[in-house]
Structure formats: structure tokens, C-alpha cells
Write a protein that binds this ligand. Structure first.
Ligand SMILES: Nc1ncnc2c1ncn2[C@@H]1O[C@H](COP(=O)(O)OP(=O)(O)OP(=O)(O)O)[C@@H](O)[C@H]1O
Ligand SMILES: [Mg+2]
Length: 252
């Protein structure tokens, strides 16, 4: 069997005595959207920080096309794009300039410093803004956009990286329910439309959004994967157990 697009294998991470990730394993296929659910403190952000390369795992590995993401360097690192809860745009820059930041790993550093992007990069950035429905806002400063629009610019910036995988820790937590559903629909369409076969891993606190937009649902509790099902099979009782108060049995 060929390697999946992305695989987390026996991931472990501790903060001192506290085990935040405990032997967590799951796979994501090309073109698949995976939602990570779990109560507060389950280890979701810890997992995403490690996947984004912002913190090392203590054990196990995250593999992109079978290669350890901890060893991705330079341009290869751009194959994983990150979308943040708080959007992380540069407020004083236009939407277009924020999206062009997604090209920084692709152009020589001096061109990035001088913001001298080529016509191809600008065309791609405009296409990405069009993809998220914000082409007419290309010149607008980021801080003059609504939260939902800012998150769409952040998704366009991620797309401009031409990634294989987008990871997003609570991408809709700062948005109202309607706007959040729109951002989830956009992420889902990015996975499911086109030849690219981009995969998305996102964490959520809204199981109904996971069931509606994701293909698979992974449940994390006390650092352990306790649920890994097709979204269509994610039953209410499984969610009750995931969020329930009963402590987990000690790890074998
Ligand atoms: N930098 C850190 N130092 C020490 N402990 C940490 C650190 N970051 C997280 N933790 C602890 O690790 C556990 C997992 O935290 P994490 O932030 O990954 O949970 P989460 O699932 O993202 O929660 P939430 O849904 O509230 O965002 C928690 O017990 C938390 O207190
Ligand atoms: Mg978190």
C-alpha cells in the first residue's frame, strides 16, 4: 500500500510530568478533510503545534508522503500551510500583500525583502484571493476586513503556498456561527474540488460542523485518540463519551 499523504505515528509530547499527547496515531488521505475534536486540554493545540513544526514531538513522528516533517527544510516546509484562530495577518498590509507572503518560501529571499514579486506570483495570489471570494478586496488593508474576510485572506495565503496539507487549529473559533460555517465550507471545497488533492486537518469545538464538513473525525481525549471514524458514522453516543466526564482507563 502506498504511503498516505499524511500520517501521525505514535506521537508523544509531555510538558514535565503532564503527558499532553500519548501515542496518538492517525492518517489523512489526499483530498480528505479531517476534523480533530476533543474537550479543552485534550492536546489538540499541542498536536497542531507539533505538526506545524513549532514544537518538537518527544516520540513518534509526523510523516508527509512518508517523510518526517521534522526534517522538512526551506521550500519543502511550505508543503504544510498553517491557518490560525486569530488569522495572523499583517494589519497594515493589503489583502494581496498578505497573500503574497505565502509566496515568500518560493522566491529568493532578497525579492521577498523588497516585496518584488514576479508577475506569476502576483497572478497566483490574485487567483487565490478569487478562490476565497475576495478578489475585489485585494487592495484593502487587512484590518479593514471583517473577521470572516480576514480568515479567508489567511486561507488564500495558505493556498498561495501551494501546500499538500493545510492545518488549522480552531479556524472558526473567533467567528460567528454563520461566518464560521462559511469558512468550513470553503476549507471543505478546497479539499474536495480540483485536481490538487490538498488535505486539511482542523480542530473544532463544534461537532456539528465536523459532521457536516469533514470526511473523518478523530477524537482526542487526555492526549489519546479515542475515536477515528468517517464523519457520517460519528454517532451521538461516541461524542458523549468523547466529551463525557468519566475518566479514561489508565494506558496499557
Ligand atoms: N506550553 C505548555 N506548558 C505546559 N503545559 C502545557 C503547555 N501547553 C499546553 N499544556 C497543557 O497540555 C494539555 C493540552 O493542552 P492543549 O492546549 O494542547 O489542549 P487543547 O485540546 O488545545 O485545549 P483547548 O480546546 O482548550 O484549546 C493541557 O493540560 C495544557 O494545560
Ligand atoms: Mg487548543
Amino acid at each position: 500500500m502506498s504511503a498516505p499523504l499524511f500520517e501521525v505515528r505514535a506521537a508523544r509530547k509531555s510538558y514535565g510530568e503532564l503527558v499532553a499527547l500519548d501515542d496518538a496515531s492517525f492518517r489523512v488521505a489526499r483530498g480528505q478533510m479531517l476534523a480533530v475534536l476533543g474537550p479543552s486540554g485534550a492536546g489538540k493545540s499541542t498536536l497542531f503545534r507539533c505538526l506545524a513544526g513549532l514544537a518538537p514531538l518527544d516520540g513518534g513522528a509526523a510523516l508527509l508522503h512518508g517523510g518526517d516533517v521534522a526534517e522538512l527544510r526551506g521550500r519543502q516546509r511550505r508543503r504544510i500551510a498553517v491557518v490560525f484562530q486569530q488569522f495572523n495577518l499583517v494589519n497594515r498590509l493589503s489583502a494581496l500583500d498578505n497573500v503574497l507572503a505565502g509566496r515568500l518560501g518560493h522566491v529568493p529571499a532578497w525579492r521577498g525583502w523588497l516585496r518584488r514579486f514576479g508577475a506569476d506570483d502576483i497572478r497566483l495570489a490574485l487567483e487565490c484571493l478569487d478562490r476565497v471570494g475576495l478578489l475585489e478586496h485585494a487592495d484593502q488593508r487587512a484590518d479593514a476586513l471583517s473577521g470572516g474576510q480576514q480568515q479567508r485572506v489567511a486561507i488564500a495565503r495558505a493556498l498561495a503556498q501551494q501546500p499538500d496539507l493545510i492545518i488549522a487549529d480552531e479556524p472558526v473559533a473567533s467567528l460567528d456561527p454563520h461566518t464560521g460555517a462559511g469558512v468550513m465550507a470553503l476549507l471543505s471545497s478546497i479539499c474536495h474540488e480540483g485536481e490538487g488533492g490538498i488535505a486539511v486537518i482542523c480542530s473544532l469545538h463544534q461537532p456539528e460542523l465536523a459532521r457536516r464538513y469533514a470526511d473523518r473525525v478523530v477524537g482526542l481525549r487526555q492526549g489519546r485518540i479515542v475515536l477515528d471514524v468517517a464523519a457520517a458514522d460519528c454517532a451521538d453516543d461516541a461524542l458523549e463519551q468523547l466529551y463525557g466526564a468519566a475518566p479514561l482507563a489508565p494506558a496499557a
